[in-house]
Ligand binder design. Structure first.
Ligand SMILES: [Fe+2]
Length: 385
């Protein structure tokens, strides 16, 4: 999706002999997430990326669905998810459909003894709390609070956290995550009216090539099962790569909000899109400046989408009793809008410090068993006066 990048050593021509000092050939790998029909990268490995030496029995990670059909506003306290030692075990799916899974995680430890690959879904890791480094076969990306880490499906990676207090919102996308089409030129450059540009994209850097043989476990997720695949060499043995398919970081703090004289509709907050859902960033901004403007959003009927809002920081003028890490779900089919009193209260306000991530899905989300465990039951009727 992003621009062309190159890191490390690569041969002058693709698909030609590229030899090591000892005369042996490096192993070329084409990496893409949509066959040979879209963005790709070419990676050059010290060892072939194919040498599985043994496999473990798979573990079933498919989410347990508690409610498939429902029509009421819901709210969940995301910070009630307990911190867990291991990165993969910490990942709790709360709302899912065939296009995306919304997952909360509070991992305490770095990944020391294994690597991870999601073979099904691109992953967007929104770092609410925590900092560290994501290491992949493409190199390293340092991250901190507010970063989206966008990881194409199939990327082998591991997370290093600097401390134990980490809170992540993870969106698993069963189609490639891209920047909005409306902000791209026909050839893929971010256009002048986009709220961000290529300078805000942070690709991997600091490529370290591990020339190590042994037993390296890559936990690989496929169709909801987690397979333990052991390889005979270190997976980060790449000496160079180039192309347009790679993980990157984008900070929500680099999103430049679009504002106007009157209230701007949610699409101005659009940050990423994928098949049948979008991801929006609500950032601190000046409010509308028409003399009679109403800064609070109007009631609206999202008849064709579920709206999921994840609250990150700041005061939320349209809702009562909002806390950090809270999720609200306004399902398609019934209108929603500001809580009683919020419209009058918003008049005259000059700016907002609110920071939130919104996921709008065009097909309904299902609630998992774990979602019900963190639900705020009073939310459904909280508009009644
Ligand atoms: Fe809405």
């Amino acid at each position: 999706m992003p621009y062309y990048c190159q890191l490390g050593n690569i041969p002058h021509k693709r698909h030609t002999q590229f030899r090591k000092k000892n005369g042996g050939l490096y192993s070329e790998q084409l990496f893409s997430t949509e066959g040979f029909s879209n963005d790709y990268s070419l990676l050059y490995h010290i060892y072939p990326p194919t040498d599985i030496i043994h496999t473990d029995e798979p573990i079933d990670l498919r989410p347990a669905i508690a409610e498939e059909n429902m029509l009421k506003h819901r709210s969940f306290d995301g910070f009630k998810i307990s911190p867990t030692e291991d990165f993969l075990q910490s990942r709790i799916p709360v709302l899912v459909n065939d296009d995306c899974h919304i997952v909360l995680a509070a991992p305490k430890n770095s990944m020391e003894n294994y690597f991870y690959k999601n073979a099904d879904a691109d992953e967007v890791l929104f770092i609410h709390e925590g900092e560290g480094t994501m290491e992949s076969m493409y190199g390293k990306i340092n991250f901190s609070a507010g970063d989206y880490l966008v990881i194409p499906r199939g990327t082998i990676y591991r997370m290093h956290f600097k401390q134990e207090n980490n809170r992540l919102l993870i969106i698993e996308s069963y189609s490639p995550v891209r920047f909005p089409r409306k902000y791209l030129s026909p050839y893929g450059q971010l256009l002048e009216h986009s709220p961000f540009c290529e300078r805000d994209i942070r690709p991997p850097s600091d490529l370290v090539s591990y020339d190590e043989k042994g037993d390296f476990l890559i936990k690989t997720k496929k169709r909801g099962l987690l397979y333990g695949l052991h390889y005979g060499h270190h997976p980060f043995d790449v000496v160079g790569w180039d192309g347009c398919c790679y993980p990157f970081a984008f900070s929500i703090h680099d999103f430049e909000p679009i504002t106007g004289r009157v209230h701007q509709p949610p699409p101005v907050h659009l940050n990423f899109e994928a098949r049948n859902f979008v991801i929006c960033s609500f950032c601190p901004r000046l409010f509308d400046y028409h003399p009679l403007a109403i800064p609070a959003p109007y009631n609206h009927s999202n008849i064709d989408s579920d709206e999921l809002l994840y609250y990150v920081e700041g005061e939320f003028m349209s809702r009562k009793n909002v806390t950090r890490g809270m999720l609200t779900l306004h399902p398609g089919g019934i209108p929603h809008g500001p809580h009683p009193g919020a419209v009058e209260k918003s008049i005259g306000a000059k700016e907002t410090g609110e920071l939130a991530v919104m996921v709008d899905t065009f097909h309904p989300l299902k609630l998992t068993v774990q979602a019900l465990e963190i639900e705020n039951p009073g939310y459904t009727m909280s508009w009644a006066e």
